[in-house]
Design a protein around this ligand. Structure first.
Ligand code: ADP
Ligand code: NA
Length: 331
């Protein structure tokens, strides 16, 4: 097809996605599936780098897929699948690992951060080669665009370098060089308790996170307890008013109202009013999400069918690309 191909994925490393994943990734994916040839993947091979319990990993893989569906990924238009169901990811990763410099991989800042935390003995080779597997995920589908947050920029750069290297060594057309798709700054969601840090499942305190599958009561409480800023004016000023700006960005993303419109509507009102409305908007968006999630999780046979179909369609593309690469490199 003539539409640009897009690939993205999330790791099944938690029971529930959070609001940052939802606004910064999932809702973007859903919007992009209209005019792109989209592949959305649950990257369970990547999740192995943190050595999860087998039963927990398997369960989270299914829950993550069900959340993609609940958020609006449409398997009739997009290919939704689980990474380990398509063996070609690991096969292309090997070829790419033989094209990646040891020093080049060692310069990845995410590896440096994570390995520093885990220590030399706790750090696996898999964590080291994680960005190579990510490059394989992308190049395996001749991907044109990859939505990336700031923390994945360097990894995408490696994917681009590897694609260019393959083309230089093995001939033009061996790989497609992917471009980043940068999401809007307002799609980045910050921790409710520490609004200068991004909302993340690895946050120090769970109080700052909104999990999509949390009970409405818990979500409402977390929003009402969000840290706000000095002063009383409700304005979108991330540098000086990070807490209030984060709440406004959440409101705007979910209600579709512009930041200026919201600022005007809150003139003369207080932070408490803003929090009440943000909680309403979030709960309204998450109610249907939670209902759809329950439907998919309550029908395991249907989820299996969707994922098997997605894997078949992904494999059809992956097989062709891998065959081309194998042929070029002499396998
Ligand atoms: P986490 O930081 O919780 O580990 P991941 O790194 O697994 O999240 O990110 C999965 C996807 O969600 C990525 O596309 C990432 O850019 C997006 N994402 C994660 N946190 C946020 C956030 N706070 N705001 C916007 N997007 C986010
Ligand atoms: Na992360």
């Amino acid at each position: 097809s003539a539409r640009p191909r897009i690939f993205s994925g999330m790791q099944p490393t938690s029971d529930s996605l959070h609001l940052g994943n939802y606004l910064g990734a999932l809702t973007q994916w859903v919007a992009l599936q209209d005019d792109h040839d989209a592949l959305y993947c649950v990257v369970d091979l990547h999740a192995l780098t943190v050595n999860p319990d087998p039963a927990v990993l398997r369960e989270r893989t299914r829950r993550t897929a069900a959340q993609y569906l609940a958020g609006g990924v449409d398997p009739a238009r997009s290919i939704l699948f689980v990474q380990s169901h398509v063996a070609e990811h690991a096969e292309l990763a090997w070829v790419l690992s033989c094209q990646t410099g040891f020093g080049e991989a060692g310069r990845m800042t995410q590896f440096k951060d994570k390995s520093a935390k885990q220590g030399a003995e706790g750090t696996t080779v898999g964590l080291f080669t994680y960005p190579v597997l990510m490059a394989a995920d992308i190049l395996l589908y001749d991907t044109h665009v990859v939505p990336v947050g700031e923390d994945q920029r360097q990894h995408l750069e490696l994917s681009r370098n590897l694609a260019q290297r393959l083309n230089a060594r093995f001939g033009a057309g061996t790989a497609v060089v992917p471009e980043p798709y940068i999401v809007k700054e307002t799609a980045k969601i910050y921790d409710l308790q520490e609004p200068t840090a991004k909302m993340s499942k690895s946050a120090v305190s769970p109080q700052g996170i909104i999990e999509l599958l949390d009970a409405p009561k818990v979500i409402g409480k977390r929003i009402r307890s969000a840290v706000t800023d000095a002063g009383r004016e409700i304005r979108y000023e991330p540098a000086t008013k990070p807490g209030v700006s984060n709440l406004l960005a959440i409101h705007s993303a979910l209600s579709g109202r512009s930041l200026t419109d919201l600022e005007e509507s809150y003139e003369g009102k207080g932070y408490g009013d803003l929090k009440v409305e943000v909680a309403e908007v979030v709960l309204e968006a998450l109610r249907p999400f939670q209902e759809r999630f329950a439907e998919y999780v309550g029908d395991p046979a249907e989820l299996d069918r969707v994922l098997a179909d997605g894997a078949d369609r992904a494999r059809a593309i992956a097989g062709t690309v891998l065959e081309r690469v194998y042929e070029r490199v002499g396998l």
